[in-house]
Design a protein. Structure first.
Length: 91
């Protein structure tokens, strides 16, 4: 399971619970493949809603690591995350 992905020095680094995978690529391509469980709160990060522990206007704290939040994306993130939680609990 992917916890989150980040871009660093033109490499995409995928962080899983067990290991990190690095490759040269574009976050945009990974974002398209990821699906509804993922959100891109900042141009350098893609997070999996399943592994969010808490968040604030600047940071998303994940089960393994953390991701930055771009201020302009905070409102949309909260809406999408709450919708995801409702959908998950409704199953």
């Amino acid at each position: 399971d992917i916890v989150y992905a980040e871009v660093f020095d033109r490499k995409v680094i995928i962080h899983t619970l067990d290991m990190d995978i690095e490759y040269y690529g574009k976050m945009k391509d990974l974002e398209k493949k990821a699906g509804d469980e993922f959100y891109r709160p900042h141009r350098a990060y893609l997070v999996n809603f399943n592994f969010i522990r808490k968040y604030d206007a600047a940071t998303i704290y994940l089960k393994k690591g953390l991701a930055l939040m771009a201020k302009q994306n905070y409102g949309e993130f909260v809406k999408r995350y709450l919708r995801y939680i409702q959908k998950k609990e409704g199953r």
